[in-house]
Design a protein around this ligand. Structure first.
Ligand code: SIN
Length: 271
C-alpha cells in the first residue's frame, strides 16, 4: 500500500488513484494493520455510495447498527449531518467512539458527501503518544487504574433512539494494549468517561482534567484532516481520539460513518 505520512508518526494519506472498492482481502488486512500502526488513514476521491460503504464496512468486521435511519439509508451507516438549524454537531469535543460499550469499536470509517466551503475539519490525537509522553511514574500509576465509561455521547442516545438507561455503562482499563501492535495507549476520553473507579471524586476529576489537557494541548501528537466530497477517513478508536470542528454554521456538511466492532479493551502488561 502506497501512502504519505501526515505527520512523522501519526496518520497517513493513501496515494491518489487508490479505490477501496477494488481492494483484495490482503489489502483490507493491510489497511487494518496500517490504521493500527499510524492511527488514521485518509483516502481521497472514492467512487463509493451508501451501499458500497456498507459493503466495504462488512469486509472490516462486524458493524454497529444505526436502527434510526430513514429507509433509503442502510442501517449500518450512522448519518453525520449539520445544516442551518444545527446548534451542535455529533463528535464535537475530544472522544473515542462509543467507548461505553462493553465490546468497544475498532475502526470507524467516515465518508463525506457534502462539505462546507471552508471549515468542518476533523482533528485527531494519537493516544499511543499521549501515553508515551507522560512521565514513567505517571505511566506506572495509570496502568493500575480503570475508568467508568457512560453512554451520554452514544449516537443512539443523541439521536433519541434509546434512553441512557437502555445503554450499557462499562468499566475499562485506563491504558489499553492494541492487539495488532502490542503498543499501549491512553484510553480515557471526555465524551464518555464519568470517573476513575479507584480514586475519590476530587482525585478522579483532577487526574482526568490533567489527562484531557494533555491530549488537547499536545499539538505534536495531533493532526487535522480537511475534507472534500468523496474523502474517506479510517481511524482506529483503540488508539485515537477525534474532535469534529463545528466552525461552519449555517453551511451544510453531510457524511456517513460505519463503526466496526472491536474487542473488550485490555492491558497486556499489568504488573
Ligand atoms: C464522529 O465523531 O464520528 C464525527 C466526526 C466528524 O464529523 O468529523
Amino acid at each position: 500500500m502506497k501512502y504519505t505520512n501526515i505527520t512523522p508518526s501519526f496518520g497517513v494519506e493513501l496515494t491518489a488513484g487508490t479505490q477501496l472498492a477494488e481492494f483484495t482481502d490482503d489489502q483490507v488486512t493491510a489497511l487494518k494493520q496500517l490504521a493500527a500502526e499510524r492511527g488514521i488513514v485518509v483516502v481521497r476521491e472514492q467512487k463509493m455510495d451508501m451501499k458500497g460503504q456498507a459493503e466495504f464496512g462488512h469486509r472490516l468486521g462486524a458493524l454497529m447498527n444505526a436502527p434510526v435511519n430513514k429507509t433509503d439509508t442502510p442501517e449500518e451507516l450512522i448519518v453525520i449531518r449539520a445544516g442551518p438549524k444545527s446548534k451542535a454537531v455529533a463528535g464535537q469535543g475530544w472522544h473515542s467512539d462509543v467507548s461505553s460499550e462493553a465490546v468497544t469499536p475498532g475502526l470507524s470509517m467516515l465518508r463525506m458527501e457534502v462539505v462546507p466551503p471552508s471549515g468542518g475539519d476533523t482533528l485527531f490525537a494519537d493516544m499511543y503518544q499521549a501515553f508515551e509522553t507522560l512521565s514513567p511514574s505517571m505511566q506506572t500509576f495509570l496502568r493500575q487504574l480503570h475508568a467508568l465509561h457512560e453512554p451520554r455521547g452514544h449516537y443512539l442516545y443523541q439521536s433519541g433512539a434509546k434512553k441512557l438507561e437502555e445503554l450499557p455503562s462499562t468499566v475499562h482499563p485506563v491504558v489499553r494494549t492494541h492487539p495488532l501492535t502490542g503498543r499501549n495507549a491512553l484510553y480515557v476520553n471526555a465524551g464518555f468517561v464519568a470517573k476513575i473507579v479507584e480514586l475519590n471524586s476530587r482525585e478522579s476529576e483532577t487526574l482526568l482534567a490533567m489527562l484531557y489537557d494533555h491530549v488537547a494541548y499536545s499539538v505534536s501528537i495531533q493532526c487535522r484532516v480537511q475534507w472534500a466530497p468523496n474523502t474517506v477517513v479510517f481511524w482506529d478508536n483503540r488508539v485515537v481520539q477525534h474532535h469534529a470542528a463545528f466552525d461552519y454554521h449555517p453551511e451544510v456538511r453531510l457524511g456517513f460513518r460505519v463503526t466496526v466492532v472491536g474487542e473488550a479493551p485490555c492491558l497486556a502488561d499489568v504488573n
